[in-house]
Design a protein around this ligand. Structure first.
Ligand code: HEC
Length: 122
């Protein structure tokens, strides 16, 4: 991430245009996070209270966030400046590094089982 930021700064200073295709750019903008630590932060920062311990979401409190979260940049933007009922988290409360760890945790959640395989729903 730092390398990317430095590269951006250098490119910006040189007045250069960065022309990376969108998918490559969003990959580059996804920082490497620590999923283990992200799991702890997801609990201690209170995300779980509305989004569920597995970020599975609930119709009553907050949407599903995992296992395929939105792009990191969009997630980061939303957490900092939510537009609905979610409370905002500034970088003083949840640092960018913490958010990267939370993101890694979200990505690491297993896919839910297919509905047909859940006995209770039969
Ligand atoms: C008090 C309940 C609450 C807490 C705590 C909370 N959220 Fe949310 N979150 C929501 C609700 C409700 C929404 C749906 C949009 C809205 O109303 O803001 C949402 C939406 C989101 C979205 C956008 C999802 C989408 O598909 O548009 C993201 C990303 C998100 N939350 C991440 C987080 C993270 C990360 C944390 C912890 C740092 C967190 N939330 C803590 C209630 C909460």
């Amino acid at each position: 991430m730092k390398t990317f930021a430095v590269a951006l700064a250098i490119a910006a200073a040189a007045g250069a245009q960065i022309q990376t295709p969108a998918p490559a750019q969003s990959r580059a903008a996804t920082p490497a996070g620590n999923a283990e630590n992200g799991k702890k932060l997801f609990a201690s920062d209170g995300c779980y209270e509305c989004h569920g311990r597995e970020a599975q979401g609930s119709t009553a409190t907050g949407p599903r966030l995992a296992p395929r979260p939105m792009a990191f940049a969009a997630l980061s933007r939303y957490v900092r400046q939510p537009t609905g009922q979610m409370p905002p988290y500034t970088s003083k409360v949840v640092s960018d590094a913490d958010l990267a760890d939370i993101y890694a945790f979200l990505q690491s959640r297993p896919e839910p089982p297919p509905l047909e395989t859940i006995q209770l729903l039969k």
